[in-house]
Ligand binder design. Structure first.
Ligand code: PGA
Length: 264
């Protein structure tokens, strides 16, 4: 696990965009796992700008999004379909038939649908690079606390904390989704490489538990300790309760010296 410490949210977005862009350049047919939320916005901005100004080419890439709220149609501005379209896909040259986002419009046969989503990922050759955010409760995707560390794509009930965190995005009076379709922790751990971003004080506790705490289903992100190729990119606030910050800085310098390919 590598921990990259940045000063602020802007730098976190830029570093994530740099790594994703490098991965796309070295493998144009890359399969990306993508995340929504406020944290990766800077990364998408960076990627859009690299596409527009430096010709970063997504035409052969494939993507699978982590999750979607159940009950939201793609044209609902709060849906992750809408988020991905407006912040990324409409501004780059991704081919729409290679974009996959779980459907929020399902009314039945959830497990069949989720199995098909898993099959699509397998058929595409698996995810090469998965981007993640982290919730205040340590969730990745919508794998809420006590999700099985072996879970696969499925319908997941949201915790009250997540529902409250999301309330700010929904117009007053509008019903806030109670469930989501989300990749499982097992699905995420199958990715060849994982990039997880966190910014702000409200994430500090979850980040510290994920990186320095025991592996536990009560903090889904702690399962990333089981993965051999994870990079955490954190701003000062999100990293503020980590106890080994000096060591992580030293590891990063030594990585740049001895194994720079890990950061390429
Ligand atoms: P956020 O969400 O980026 O909007 O904070 C992250 C998450 O809940 O996974």
């Amino acid at each position: 696990m590598l921990v990259v410490l940045k000063q602020n949210a802007k730098e976190v977005g830029q570093e994530a965009a740099r790594i994703v862009a490098g991965a796309v350049r070295s493998n144009p047919s890359i399969v990306l796992g993508l995340a929504t939320g406020s944290t990766p916005l800077g990364m998408y901005e960076g990627l859009v700008s690299l596409h527009k100004n430096s010709g970063l080419d997504f035409s052969k890439a494939t993507s699978f999004n982590l999750d979607e709220y159940l009950g939201l149609a793609p044209e609902n501005p709060q849906s992750f379909h809408y988020f991905m379209h407006s912040n990324f896909f409409s501004q780059v040259n991704f081919s729409s038939e290679r974009v996959h986002i779980p459907s929020g419009a399902l009314r039945s046969n959830y497990s069949e649908y989720c199995e098909r989503y898993e099959n699509e990922i397998r058929k595409a050759g698996g995810i090469d690079l998965q981007v993640l955010g982290i919730g205040r409760n340590g969730h990745i995707g919508f794998n809420e606390p006590n999700s099985s560390l072996a879970s696969r794509t499925r319908l997941k009930e949201l915790t009250q904390e997540t529902i409250e965190d999301n309330r700010r995005f929904f117009p007053q009076g509008e019903e806030i989704p109670e469930c989501a379709i989300t990749m499982g922790i097992g699905t995420i751990l199958d990715a060849r490489r994982i990039l997880i971003l966190a910014t702000g004080k409200s994430k500090a506790d979850a980040v510290a538990k994920a990186i320095e705490g025991p592996i536990s289903s009560s903090v889904s992100a702690s399962a990333l300790q089981l993965h051999p190729d994870v990079i955490f990119i954190l701003d000062e606030d999100a990293a503020s309760t980590l106890t080994q910050r000096d060591y992580y800085r030293r590891v990063l310098e030594l990585t740049k010296k001895y194994t720079p390919e890990k950061l390429a």
